[in-house]
Ligand binder design. Sequence first.
Ligand code: FAD
Ligand code: MLT
Ligand code: ZN
Length: 484
Amino acid sequence: REKYPKIKRNDSFKKLEQEDINFFKSVLQNDNGVVTNKDDLEFFNEDWMRKYRGESAVVLKPKTVQEVSQIVKYCNEKKLAIVPQGGNTGLVGGSVPVFDEVILSLSSMKKIRSFDKVSGILKADAGLILENADIYLSERGYIFPLDLGAKGSCHIGGNVATNAGGLRLLRYGSLHGSVLGLEVVLPDGTILDSMHSLRKDNTGYDLKQMFIGSEGTLGIITGVSILCPARPKAFNVAFLGVSSYEAVQKTFVHARGELSEILSAFEFMDSKSQKLTAKHLNSPHPLDDPFPFYILIETSGSNKEHDDAKLESFLESAMENGLIDDGIVAQDETQVQTLWQWREQIPEASTIGGGVYKYDVSLPLPDLYGLVEAVRAKLNDANLIGETDEFPVVDAVGYGHIGDGNLHLNVAVRRYTKDVEKVLEPFVYEWIQSKKGSISAEHGLGFQKKNYIHYSKSDQEIKMIKDLKNHYDPNGILNPYKYV
Ligand code: FAD
Ligand code: MLT
Ligand code: ZN
């Protein structure tokens, strides 16, 4: 596990005392509002990858925006550092404390505030779990415009704070477009009520954008207003085997042309990611023969017959043109879920050896898979990758959201070691920069990439980020030691 070797605690931050706990208890009078029991703190101190770990002595679980405001105001005055936390599924070490920061969990703020059946606008507390938001919407004929593998745990506030992309960005676009308003508690405790419900509003700066993707460094998101599309009536999933990365790209172009408005996901997976997933699921792969690459295509629309016909004709022509070699189409809802598992379970499967180094990158499509090959070659040269326990690396796998030019490179490891880390970083970031990519397409920078922001942002951009942070959080209490 990461021991934060190069970082020193900022001594201008106050250390937690009993008087602080007493104050928090006076504000949060609900049951379990102030958590101090050592065992109960474990989950909140450690991240999903079991790579980053802090040692906070308290988790606060407010139920209202007023309570959040009172806590933040107090912490600012006392200079107590805070780490905002949603479902703790973040993948860059941003959601856990580095030292003893107070953990402010939004998990008790999970109410739906309103839903407008005509416009499809949902207003809810930030701690609402994504899957619960989607279930609520599905009962009303709508869908949440974001879906991802961590839906059962992540919060919609956490999604906004990380500007999560997910599996259907191709169809529904980014949260920068679908979020219509936010309620945010600023670092001095001020409540910014910006819970708008307008699609069009060109009156000055679009302030909510500042908080979308800010990773808990500028304010605590307590409420989200979001535009939700009508839920498609028909879903189809096809799982395909192809012989090269070239064929993945060509099939994508073909799918966009042939499936156009009903295409809602186009995901790719390499053979090694599927090997790990087969082990993890302990189940035979949906395609009998092995292929170097696999593609998952989802269509969704309003007319099943129309969608079926379109998908069938697309698959026929893709076969005839030699783009795809094999494939199956889900015949019912259960099969839809099963096929999705072979994509959605890769993150979990990648931790099979005990740990995982994760890189989430944007690259021009022709270069995208080259990064996985380059990393594998480096690990081979360094004699760090192999099937037996003496090698720290289990495998390096690639998969991701082809439709968004977003690759996930996972280096599955048996243990976190400096040797592996030295081979990977800064090599990976330099490689990405040389192709004019981004070192974070969707997971953010958090703690993991805090020293690498300059690979993707100019000095001027970094200065503006710091200026904003210093203006709104002069004491630096919100999510310190992370990327700002
Ligand atoms: P946390 O992990 O708790 O926090 C993440 C960051 O946001 C932290 O910096 C935290 O301080 C801050 N934060 C959280 N809540 C708030 C708030 N209310 N106010 C202010 N700051 C806050 N991400 C994608 O983009 N696409 C994917 O497809 C995807 N799939 C995933 C699949 C799995 C299995 C896992 C484990 C993760 C996946 N992720 C994905 C990453 C992660 O789930 C998302 O980034 C998610 O949006 C984080 O939400 P959370 O509530 O868990 O936030
Ligand atoms: C995904 O697309 O599965 C996610 O971003 C999570 C991950 O890569 O681990
Ligand atoms: Zn992703």
